[in-house]
Write a protein that binds this ligand. Sequence first.
Ligand code: ADP
Length: 163
Amino acid sequence: MTIAVYPGSFDPVHNGHIDIATRAAGLFDRLIVAIYDRPLKNIWFSPQERTEMMRQALAHLDNVSITHYNGLTVDFVRSQGAQVMVRGLRMTYDFDLEYQMALTNKALIKEIETICLFTDLNYAFISSSMIKEVVAAGGDVSTMVPEHVKQALLARIARHSGG
Ligand code: ADP
């Protein structure tokens, strides 16, 4: 039984993430989507909110579980009895970062393999940070995220605009 972990900030989950998770769930016996609690990033949603959004987004997959974690990703992967870490690749700038991370993780725990899936061309331009920028400026992100995520983004904007 091969267990894979798909880690990330997922702030919030978007259609590019859903595509990678769906394809990874088809490749491995079990997929654990692992939401990193406190990344060094401008985070809009709590770990619980990101987990709940992910849960709804991946409700169509029956071999997937969703959780959040702290600390080193490779330690979390090992604690789950998983052998593989899944990452998604968009453009060449992702490659540099993923390559460095994969080598660092390999130096930490050599039994865990990183497998990168290339993005679907339709989602190559999508990123959580770009989505937050577009929503903050009043743009429509309907083609980039599921409806429940769009509603959560709009609610977050309303909360923070004092309205
Ligand atoms: P990070 O893990 O760097 O905080 P994210 O949470 O946004 O970034 O993404 C989690 C994983 O999904 C990363 O491997 C990232 O490269 C990948 N990913 C992000 N956006 C896309 C996309 N549009 N298509 C495919 N993979 C993506």
